[in-house]
Each structure stands twice: as C-alpha cells, then as structure tokens.
Design a protein around this ligand. Structure first.
Ligand SMILES: C[S@@+](CC[C@H](N)C(=O)[O-])C[C@H]1O[C@@H](n2cnc3c(N)ncnc32)[C@H](O)[C@@H]1O
Length: 317
C-alpha cells in the first residue's frame, strides 16, 4: 500500500502493449516505480503532457471514514463561484452508482457556491482508494494533443503520439528548462509533443523534404521551434538531452554504419540520449562511452513480432 501523505494522487491508463513505456515514463517524471494504475507523489505535472496520466487530484482532505471526510471538507470553508464535483472510480471501489451520486451531492452541499456542469471555475474530485476517501482539486488530461494526429504530413511508420510524448517526458527528466534535440526529427511527431508541453526543443533531419514537412507541421499548430535541414554531425549547439528515433530499413535504407554515425555524432552534443531502435544497440552505446540507465520495449498493437526498444543512456563519468 502506498503512503497517502502526499500532495497529489495521479491515475494512469494504458494499452497492454504500452505498459512498460508508461512505467518508464513514470520513473522519469515522478522518480518512482508505478506498480498499479495510481501513484501518490509531491511532483506536480499537467496530466495532458502524458498519454498515460488520466487525472491529477490535488488532495485537500482524506479520511478512512466518509463522514469524517465530509466534516473535513466543511472545515475548509470552500467558497467558489462555479464548481463541479466528479467521482473518480478506482479499481476495487465497489460503491454503487446511486451511492456515488449521493456522495457527490454531499460534497456539493459542503462547498459554498453554484454547481456548474459545463463551465466550472474549478473541478473537484473524490475517490475511494485502498480504504481511504479522498477529496481534492481535479485536473484531467484534456487530450487536446490528439489534434496532432491530424498533422498535415505523416510517415506511415512514424512513432505514435503516445511514444512521442513519453520520449519527451523521459528526455526532460523532470527539468522543465531542459534543452532538447530531436536528432532525426522526421516529420516532427516528437517535436509537436515537446512544443505542446512547452519544452525547448530543436530538430534536425538530413532529408530536405522531411525537414520541410516537419516545419510545416509545427507551423500548422502555431508552434515555434528551430529545425535544421542537416546531417546531425554538422550541428554545433549542446543540449541537455537528445532523442534519436533511428531510421530503420523498413522505409529508409539505413545501414549499421549510418546508425553508428547518427549515435556517435549525437553523443558529441549531449551527455544524455534517449534512443529508439528496433535492434539491440547495447554494444554501440558502450563503445561511445555511455551507459544504459534505463530501458523498455514497446510492441505494436496486433504485431507481436515488431517491437521498438527505448534506451535511456548517460555519458559515463
Ligand atoms: C525513423 S525516422 C524519424 C521519424 C520521426 N520520429 C517522425 O515521427 O517523423 C528517422 C529519420 O532520420 C533521418 N536521418 C537519417 N540519417 C540522418 C542524419 N545523419 N542526420 C539527421 N537525420 C538523419 C531520416 O531522414 C529520417 O527522417
């Protein structure tokens, strides 16, 4: 059982094929191991920066007893113009629907203000998790980032938006000011997610048309980020982290030496790499003086023989 003396309770959801990715992301965002589908922490992040975080509850009151919870909420003397309360159902919470509605009413009567379903100033949440009742301010993933799926230019084999968001979070490593490089940016799937989350990212692609398409994709959503049409070896700046979604033979003709070239060149620009590959690149990582700090594998839904490997690498001191 997790401790509940934390400020936030986050809930997660993921497809079975992305469980490892969700857990890898959580290790970097929260510096904690995600065992089930929720996590207590003091780390504050916007759920919309992740494809896997569903809700964030900023805990205001909690109690093992429901009656005590209501008393605690009343003691808070909450006054809001327009509010809404939602019941978040956790695994193991068998409270029947009608009782849940009654509990929402109880909370509504404990707050001073008008209930406003469509346009609340604030949304509160309540839930029952492992024997304790919680009440707090609820922030939900707004899924606005789904709009990126309709970007003007795509690759048939681009990584998914979910992977793109996780790569950004892993690269950012909970340091909002991090400078990131997408070393092989393609049409900008990863860059769109970094820009959406407000991170500082630059991109690079050796292919002129692809780099142009990435620029147009960013402009389409009014994001501003530099994209270099260049071989990554010719970049000059240094970055806190670099993401490399390596080309693979499925739709580009990348040889082993191309892969080695990209990784070696990018490693001169940063001390931290987050690499996506379809083959084992352990030896390559060792040979460039980096160590594997973390790893996961993501298979493609419905394709058991295709898996992407994600390597988080740090320069050996
Ligand atoms: C797998 S794709 C990246 C896809 C990208 N993540 C997306 O979602 O669109 C790999 C990209 O690496 C680029 N590339 C290959 N060699 C490169 C190099 N030396 N420097 C920079 N980009 C390179 C290719 O042009 C290709 O667009």
């Amino acid at each position: 059982m997790q401790q509940n003396n934390h400020n936030y309770l986050y809930t997660f959801n993921h497809d079975p094929t992305e469980r490892e990715l969700c857990q890898l992301e959580a290790r970097f965002v929260f510096n904690k191991v995600l065992q089930g589908k929720w996590l207590f922490t003091d780390v504050e992040v916007d759920p919309s920066c992740s494809a896997f975080i569903k809700n964030r509850l900023r805990i205001i009151s909690c109690s093992d007893s429901y009656d005590t919870l209501i008393q605690e909420i009343k003691k808070e003397n909450i006054e809001v113009e327009a509010f809404k309360v939602e019941y978040v159902v956790f695994d193991g919470d068998e409270t029947p629907y009608t009782e849940r509605l009654q509990k929402l009413r109880d909370i509504g009567y404990s707050i001073e203000g008008m209930h406003e379903y469509y346009n609340p100033d604030i949304t509160y949440g309540m839930c029952y998790c492992e024997g304790t009742w919680y009440f707090g301010e609820l922030l939900k993933n707004n899924f606005d980032w789904h709009k990126h799926k309709q970007k003007p230019y795509s690759f048939s084999n681009s990584i998914s938006v979910n992977i793109g968001k996780a790569l950004v979070n892993i690269a950012v490593n909970n340091t909002k000011e991090s400078t990131l490089l997408d070393a092989c940016c393609g049409v900008g799937t990863i860059m769109l997610e970094a820009c959406f989350a407000g991170n500082h990212i630059e991109g690079c692609d050796i292919n002129e048309k692809t780099a142009k398409n990435a620029k147009e994709n960013l402009a389409h959503f009014n994001y501003n980020a530099t994209i270099y049409h260049s071989d990554v070896k010719d970049l000059k700046h240094r970055y806190d982290s670099a993401i490399i979604d390596l080309p693979y033979n499925l739709f580009t003709s990348a040889t082993d030496s191309d892969i080695e070239h990209i990784i070696t060149a990018t490693a001169t620009l940063t001390d931290r790499l987050v690499i996506v590959s379809i083959s084992d690149i352990t030896d390559l990582i060792n040979n460039i003086g980096f160590r594997i700090a973390d790893y996961c594998s993501v298979s493609k839904r419905g394709k058991t023989n295709f898996a992407r490997k994600i390597w988080v690498c740090e320069k050996r001191k």
